[in-house]
Design a protein. Structure first.
Length: 155
């Protein structure tokens, strides 16, 4: 879950419809791709699904946009929440969690997870991460399983 694998440029091009040369540092996650493309094409989201993510179609068009303050990701049994300045990584199999100050430690060399001064931030990010996956993980389709999300199981 290093930033070098999470921060991948996303390029949209549509001459005559999207402003050329426009860039943004808005946090955009993989979960946002489907809602964005469907909205851009004027198509509805699939009914009966609790899909995560949100449309960034307004941002693509250069219109005002209320950007989120965090994105979420997962790889196998590892999940993460990334804000502009911090990233919390949770290993669902009991492996060591991680907390990084991305502004001051962009190489993610110093794990702050056990530093008392950062505990409140870690707890906030962890709770947001757990709540997000609890809301969007589909029972039976979640490779991690929903059992780890029970409040009694949280550290």
């Amino acid at each position: 879950m290093y930033d070098t694998s999470m921060r991948v440029p996303l390029i949209f091009r549509h001459p005559g419809r999207l402003p050329a040369g426009r860039t943004t540092d808005v946090l955009f996650g993989a979960y946002d791709l489907l809602p964005t493309v469907l909205d851009y094409l004027g198509l509805p989201l699939p009914e009966g699904r609790n899909l995560p993510g949100r449309s960034f179609a307004a941002a693509l068009a250069g219109e005002p946009f209320d950007a989120p303050d965090a994105v979420f990701g997962e790889y196998a049994r590892t999940r993460a929440i990334r804000t502009e300045d911090f990233k919390f990584v949770h290993r669902c199999d009991g492996g060591p969690d991680e907390l990084y100050d991305l502004r001051n430690d962009p190489d993610e060399a110093h794990n702050l997870i056990d530093e008392p001064d950062h505990r409140p931030r870690m707890l906030t990010l962890r709770d947001r991460l757990f709540a997000w996956f609890e809301r969007y993980a589909e029972v039976g389709a979640d490779p991690v399983g929903n059992e780890y999300l029970r409040p009694a199981d949280r550290k």
